[in-house]
Design a protein around this ligand. Structure first.
Ligand SMILES: *Cc1c(COP(=O)(O)O)cnc(C)c1O
Length: 338
């Protein structure tokens, strides 16, 4: 079965051997404050920085999930409330979680702007120039970016936001249970000004621990080990970015041309809104159900629709661990419906 599910998603084939190594070498049984394990954490942090081109001065922490990052932003970085210009289910969910912690009062009191860079639910993205516009329009606000289904897939201009986060079960090609949280000096200054220290995952507490390559609690050691290995293996982000964007363009052209006579069409009409890493395709409920079932029988797992688009779309992940050969096979099979 080749999975095109946009999370959890296809993992790199080397992960099985790396996981076995982590167990046989005993690293997963090491104390997380031991020098051996701290070296793994340091390596993973360096790997993320180097391969993803994270600017000097931006800080890094590992937590458990992107959902946890939503709460960290609300708890530790939001003084009053946050503003959520969203376009899909994940953006809405983030707003709901954040506003339970920091309820909205008046919208002009918002001091954090929360943006989902790649909306996995409907295959849309906020491109870097749009983030730049937010920066200009909200010069005093922190900008926090959920990049769960695009980080490690496409390149970012990190300086356009203060907080970026992603869990590893999407473009990092790893099993779930770990998330990468990246924050700017400005975000750290904000956390210090707010001084929130009430939680095990308060940003200041995380920061203090990660500056020593440690964690406040026993971390997902296997996940950190695997992240270290995957970061050693992947090419620099510029290379991955070029590959992923080209393949996204191929997918969009495929649906516009080869599949023009099929019961399916792209969910998003405007090319500039379309995601590079998640392709959303729409059709009638019956056709969507039929193609997903037939695909599964043929050895392809298509992503279900999500939220409002649950029954009227399928989604195709365009993540780095998916090979060009996987894509060619799925396209050859889909042509039968075209
Ligand atoms: C998958 C996803 C999440 C949730 O990630 P968790 O690791 O389950 O918390 C959040 N935002 C986006 C855009 C996602 O695609």
């Amino acid at each position: 079965m080749i999975t095109f599910y946009p999370g959890p998603s296809k993992i790199y084939p080397q992960v099985a051997a790396w996981a076995a190594e982590a167990c046989t070498s005993g690293i997963v049984s090491m104390n997380h404050r031991s020098p051996e394990f701290m070296a793994v954490t340091e390596g993973a942090m360096r790997g993320v920085r180097d391969k993803l081109n994270v600017p000097e001065g931006y800080h890094l922490a590992f937590v458990s999930s992107a959902t946890e990052c939503w709460e960290i932003v609300a708890q530790s970085l939001t003084a009053q409330t946050s503003l959520h210009p969203y376009s899909g289910a994940f953006g809405k969910k983030w707003m709901d979680y954040a506003h339970r912690i920091k309820p909205p009062q008046q919208p002009d009191e918002a001091d954090v702007l929360c943006v989902v860079q790649n909306e996995t639910s409907n295959g849309t993205q906020v491109r870097m120039p749009a983030l730049g516009t937010f920066r200009q329009e909200f010069p005093d606000a922190l900008i926090a970016v959920d990049a769960v289904s695009s980080m490690a897939g496409i390149a970012f201009d990190w300086t356009l936001a203060d907080v970026w986060f992603a869990s590893v079960q999407k473009c990092f090609g790893l099993p779930a249970g770990l998330a990468v949280l990246i924050y700017s000096p400005r975000a750290l200054a904000r956390a210090e000004a707010i001084g929130e220290n009430n939680h095990y995952n308060s940003l200041l507490f995380l920061h203090e621990n990660f500056s020593k390559f440690q964690t406040p609690y026993t971390p997902n050691g296997l996940g950190i080990y695997l992240l270290d290995r995957v970061m050693q293996t992947v090419p620099p982000i510029a290379e991955t970015d070029a590959h992923i964007r080209q393949r996204a363009a191929d997918w969009y052209q495929f649906f516009e041309e080869a599949m023009a006579g099929s019961p399916f069409r792209l969910l998003i009409d405007e090319p500039e809104r379309r995601s590079d890493t998640v392709i959303a395709v729409t059709g009638s409920e019956a056709d969507i159900k039929a193609v997903k079932g037939a695909a599964k029988a043929a050895g392809f797992m298509l992503g279900n629709g999500y939220g409002d688009w649950k029954t009227t779309t399928f989604r195709i992940a365009n993540f780095p661990a998916i090979t060009d050969d996987d894509v060619a096979r799925l396209q050859a099979w889909l042509r039968g419906w075209g």
